[in-house]
Each structure stands twice: as C-alpha cells, then as structure tokens.
Design a binder for this molecule. Structure first.
Ligand SMILES: CC(=O)N[C@H]1[C@@H](OP(=O)(O)OP(=O)(O)OC[C@H]2O[C@@H](n3ccc(=O)[nH]c3=O)[C@H](O)[C@@H]2O)O[C@H](CO)[C@@H](O)[C@@H]1O
Ligand SMILES: C=C(OP(=O)(O)O)C(=O)O
Length: 419
C-alpha cells in the first residue's frame, strides 16, 4: 500500500490549479445513464472514485472514453441495471445509479452501500422518495431491488433531514417521471446546482435548484449534453488551509469562491488575508498570527463537514483555543487520535473537539482513515518537526488529484512511497 513521506517545517508559496469537483462529477456521470445519447463532460478530475464510476458505467453497458480531462459517456448503449457489490463497496456514491436506472428502464438492482469510517450513512431517504414516486422497492440479500410499473410518477416529497445524495438521486429520477415532482427540504449544495444545470442541458425541466424546494416537471426523454464540472471547493479549501497553517501564501487558480463563502469567512476570522479575483482566490498568511476559530458543520450554506478535519488541523497550529462541532456525521473525528500522536492538544467531548494551544508538533507515523482525515494529517505533517509517514493513502486518492504533485509545487517536501 502506498504511503506519503513528508519532511515537515516548510512554508508553502506559489500557485495551484484546482481540479473539477469530485462531488459534482460523480452524480453528473451517473446522470449520463438518463440520456439517450453521448454526453461530453469537461474538467473531470482524475481520481480513484471517478475510475470506480467509469467501471460501473461500463458494467451497465455505457461506452466511456477519456480525452484529456474530458470524459465522453454514451448512455444510449446502457442495457444492464445491476450495480454490483464489488463496485459499490469501493464507493458509496454508486447508489446514485439507482434513480437514473429506475427512471429510464423501470428497474434497478443496486447493492446497499453500507456504512463507512465516518458514519452509518443509511440510504432510507433515497428509498422512501423513490417509493413515493410509485416504485416498488425491496431490500434483500444486500441489494436494493427497485421496479416501477411504467414510468415513475411525480410526487411531493418532504425529506425530514437534508441529504445531498437523496436530493441528487430523486432529482435525477424525477426528470423522467410522469408529471411534477416537488422536493422539499432539498440540499442546497453547489454540487446539486451543478447537477441540475447538467440535467437542464440534457433537456430536463427543473427550477429552484440551490434553494430548499426543487420543482421538476418530467419529460419524455433526455438527450446527451456538454457540461463543464464546477471547480472543487473542498480541494480549494484544503490548499487555502495548507498555506495558512504553514504561514505562507497561495494563489488558487480556476477556483469558485461563491461556493466557498463559509470557508473563506472562517479563514478571514483566522486572520488570513484573502483576495478574491474572478476565478482565483489568493491567501497570504506571511507575517500574520494564525488564530484558532470555532466551527460547527452544517448543510450548505453552512460550514461544510468535508472541511472539518482540515480546520481541526488548522486549530492545532493556531494560537488560542476553539471548538469544532460536527453535526452531519456521527463519527467524523478519526483524525483526532492521529493528530494527538503528533502532539496536538485536542480533547474530544461527544461531537465536539476542543483544541487548545499546542506547544510542539512532531512528525509521526499516522494512519489515514477517510478522505478528509487523510488531508488533515498531510497538512499537519507539512508543518510538524521532522518526518511524517501517512499510511493508507488510497483514501486521499479517492478525492484529490495527485495532491503530492500540487503540494510539491508549492514547496512541500512530500513523496509517494510504493510499498
Ligand atoms: C459524493 C458526495 O457528494 N458526498 C458528499 C455527500 O455525501 P452524502 O450524499 O452521502 O451525504 P448526505 O447529505 O446524504 O448525508 C447527510 C446526513 O444524512 C444522513 N442520511 C442521508 C441519507 C439518508 O437516506 N438517510 C440519512 O440518514 C447521513 O447518514 C448523514 O448523517 O454529502 C456529504 C454532506 O455534505 C458530504 O460529506 C459528502 O462528501
Ligand atoms: C465524505 C466524502 O465523500 P463520500 O461521500 O464519497 O464518502 C468527502 O468527499 O469528503
């Protein structure tokens, strides 16, 4: 298994080009299953999760071809409706095949994704919503078996908690349903909006994406489209935090600051100088004292849970005490014991991490447990004294495109070791 070996104590400086957003690209690639034609997606990040999605689309019969960072998916040849456990277990987002397959073919069998390191992550809202649209759904032998007699039917669906994935699955399913679907208490994440824009380019009739109520009027068929994936706000935030923690500076190119407002506000509160220019974000921390900031994760437009681990690391390096409260996932503090091994002064109380002043951070052998936890360990390794070895970096490769190359170009001393 690959590891990262990091020599700490460097100050980052330079420019980084942000890739397309993993969490927008995944639902959008599954949306290609709805289209009776070829879709061309630009700015697709090259990640392990995208490779898993590609494999799943091919298993379902789709033709998939790369041209640089453009992925062409031909949904007209899809002729299977089974998403097998072997692929779903590698990536929970595979459950996003359910809505499109059921809506287009009237049936789907998708393995239940199961939990992961950060929480149980049930998919009950996806299933209940599709059942409200007339689907007959059974869960048997670890699979969701869904069928619909004829087309799905538009319905009013109120989700009692905000779920990005359920909103996306139901949004996709509703595009080909008979009549109007209203999704209440929908997720407002920028990735949901990007998916809706892509579906609209395919011919779907959608209004309200980005608000709590999305209205979809079903259409007969969707055609292929061209769509550029929006920049990855979490990758952007990770590089901004990395530069801030190291007392350096970074210019993020091809970024979208509109999707990152809660993170930018917290970085300003942490005393970073930030300038926003068109599709660029510049952060300068040189000669400024980094201050610890209180964080509470919330659905968008609140502070994103996918930036929680990185801000925990920031607070470890910053001056002062602050709390980090995680409200989205029940077990998203696996990075804390690893950070403690590096000397971090953090205490966990329920769903809150209390970060005090840390006197000395030293490199250590640490284990990545999930995607963003891994990022927090890398960032801390860059500023700690001596060598840090991060194990199980396949988690990082799920969501960051060659993070070691991008960090090296900013001056970090980080190498991938193949074991
Ligand atoms: C591929 C992708 O886009 N992943 C993102 C997506 O995950 P994902 O779509 O899985 O996250 P959700 O928004 O669905 O989950 C939010 C909360 O709702 C719960 N829940 C969800 C669905 C359901 O049917 N029942 C239920 O109880 C989950 O267990 C969790 O506690 O949004 C999360 C929250 O912003 C992000 O951290 C992930 O990076
Ligand atoms: C939790 C994440 O992703 P996923 O939902 O794919 O596990 C993430 O991107 O931080």
């Amino acid at each position: 298994m690959d590891q990262f070996v990091i020599q700490g104590g460097t100050q980052l400086a330079g420019e980084v080009t942000i890739s397309g957003a993993k969490n927008a690209a995944l639902p959008i690639l599954f949306a290609a299953l709805l289209a009776d034609g070829k879709s061309t997606f630009r700015n697709v990040p090259q990640l392990r999760d995208i490779g898993t999605t590609e494999a799943l689309l091919k298993t379902l019969g789709a033709e998939v071809a790369w041209q640089g960072d453009t992925l062409v998916v031909d949904g007209s040849c899809v002729d299977k409706v089974l998403a097998p456990y072997e692929l779903v277990k590698q990536m929970r987002a595979s459950v996003l095949a359910l809505g499109p397959l059921l809506a287009r073919f009237g049936q789907a069998q998708v393995s239940l994704p199961g939990g992961c390191a950060i929480g149980a992550r049930p998919v009950d809202l996806h299933i209940q919503g599709l059942a409200r649209m007339g689907a007959d759904i059974k869960v048997e032998n670890g699979y969701i078996h869904a069928k619909s007699a004829g087309r799905l039917k538009g319905a009013e669906i109120f989700m009692d908690m905000v779920s990005v994935g359920a909103t996306e699955n139901l949004l996709m399913a509703a595009t080909l349903a008979d009549g109007r679907t209203v999704l209440e208490n929908a997720a407002q994440e920028p990735e949901v909006v990007d998916l809706a824009n892509c579906l609209i380019a395919m011919g779907a009739k959608i209004s309200g994406a980005g608000s709590k109520c999305i209205v979809i009027d079903g259409v007969e068929r969707l055609q292929g489209c061209e769509h550029a994936i929006l920049p990855d706000r979490i990758e952007t935030g990770t590089f901004l935090v990395a530069a801030a923690m190291s007392g350096g500076e970074v210019l993020c190119r091809h970024a979208d600051y509109h999707s990152l407002e809660p993170v930018i506000e917290k970085l300003r509160a942490a005393n970073a100088l930030i300038e926003l220019r068109d599709d660029q974000i510049y952060l300068d921390m040189r000669g400024r004292e980094l201050k610890a900031v209180n964080i509470k994760t919330m659905p968008h437009p609140g502070f994103p849970t996918d930036m929680q681990a990185q801000f925990t690391a920031l607070n470890v390096v910053a001056k002062g005490s602050a709390t980090i409260t995680e409200t989205i996932f029940e077990n998203r503090f696996m990075h804390v014991p690893e950070l403690q091994r590096m000397g971090a002064n953090i205490r966990l109380e329920g769903n809150t991490a209390i970060c005090g002043d840390t006197t000395r951070l030293t490199g250590a052998q640490v284990m990545a447990t999930d995607l963003r936890a891994s990022a927090s360990l890398i960032l801390t390794g860059i500023v700690a004294e001596g060598e840090t070895v991060v194990d199980r970096i396949y988690h990082v490769d799920r969501g960051y495109q060659r993070i070691e190359d991008k960090l090296s170009r900013l001056g970090a001393n980080i190498k991938r070791r193949h074991n």
